[in-house]
Design a protein around this ligand. Structure first.
Ligand SMILES: Nc1ncnc2c1ncn2[C@@H]1O[C@H](COP(=O)(O)OP(=O)(O)OP(=O)(O)O)[C@@H](O)[C@H]1O
Length: 310
């Protein structure tokens, strides 16, 4: 349905996106996951024809649309990261304005506004000024605006950042409903692993402007089928101890935060007694430990050497 081929974007010679190849099939829910600055928003802005790629192609049903922005705008609904609403107008008035941009009028517009408000759960607050809304409610109005022209593909750029848990749950449920019940194709960007795990059939992991891995959750987890994760709780954090653990044979990655240490080891490595012994040498103590099956967070750590929210 939608495909990017070797998509690149540089800003004044600085590369933001390099050779991104991704596709969306009809009815899929696809996650684009990566830390801040990975290039997710730039990729989305190119797909939605807000900015022009430095090079590469964007194909909609096999046709390159880089020079035909009109082709995609009718098919795509984009929910940008920034809230783009008129604060002094009500939710209803904002939606009326956005509807007019798509040249939807009269009864049809009225019906679509009510339908979009119903989907985002704001029908009862439609007459209230947007400036009185919480961040999460504003985001929901933004989503409603992106739905007015009944797009076949919906792209959401980190829609749950900085909002209250109630709105977050509402948004996640809504996206799931639009995908599963209405058949809307979804591209969902996030740096929350658990959201894309919940919502998406397939994932792309992006870092430093590149897609570094892609596949279903099971396929991505199989990258770590040769590894175990040991989670260790320490009596105190000690950099020298952490550095020493990294040098133990069989240890592939170590991530330390506060009193927790996550040690990714070669599958089957029996390292607990070695860790206990080493902690003792550093006058540290292992208070607790357990071995976990790898998560997508671990896949990200394995691929990049960093956690998603570094
Ligand atoms: N208009 C611009 N001018 C110059 N540099 C830009 C511009 N837009 C993005 N960049 C740079 O491109 C890189 C990718 O940014 P982008 O916003 O696409 O990442 P992101 O993955 O969406 O991150 P975030 O989660 O923080 O939005 C960053 O280094 C950013 O500073």
């Amino acid at each position: 349905m939608l495909e990017t081929i070797n998509l690149k974007k540089s800003f004044k010679g600085n590369s933001a996106v390099q050779e991104v190849n991704l596709y969306l099939d009809h009815g899929e829910s696809v996650g684009l996951l990566g830390p801040n600055g990975a290039g997710k928003s730039t990729t989305i802005s190119m797909i939605s024809s807000l900015i022009k790629p430095t090079s590469g192609e964007i194909k909609l049903n096999g046709v390159n649309i880089v020079d035909k922005p009109g082709e995609i705008r009718n098919i795509l609904g984009v929910v940008p990261q920034e809230i783009a609403l008129y604060q002094e107008l009500s939710a209803y008035e904002n939606l009326k304005f956005f509807g007019s941009i798509y040249k939807i009028k009269g009864k049809e517009l009225e019906q679509r506004i009510q339908n979009a408000l119903d989907i985002v759960g704001l029908q009862e607050r439609q007459k209230d000024l947007v400036k009185t809304f919480s961040g999460g409610m504003k985001r929901r109005v933004n989503i409603a605006a992106a739905l007015l022209h009944q797009p076949k593909i919906l792209i959401l750029d980190e829609p749950t950042v900085g909002i209250d848990p109630q709105s977050r749950n509402h948004i996640l449920e809504m996206v799931r409903h639009l995908n599963e019940k209405d058949g809307t194709t979804v591209l969902y960007t996030s740096h929350y692993m658990e959201e894309v795990e919940q919502l998406c059939d397939r994932l792309y992991i992006m870092d430093h402007g590149e897609i570094i891995a892609s596949g279903t959750k099971a396929e991505l987890l199989s990258i770590l089928s040769t590894e175990d994760t040991i989670k260790v709780e320490l009596s105190r954090m000690d950099e020298a101890f952490v550095e020493h653990v990294k040098t133990i044979e069989g240890v592939r990655k170590v991530e330390a935060t506060h009193l927790q240490m996550k040690v990714i080891v070669k599958k089957g490595s029996q390292l607990i007694s070695e860790l206990v012994h080493l902690a003792d040498q550093y006058h540290n103590q292992i208070v607790n430990f357990h071995t976990e099956t790898p998560s997508l967070e671990d896949v990200f750590l394995h691929l990049t050497g960093r956690t998603l929210r570094d």
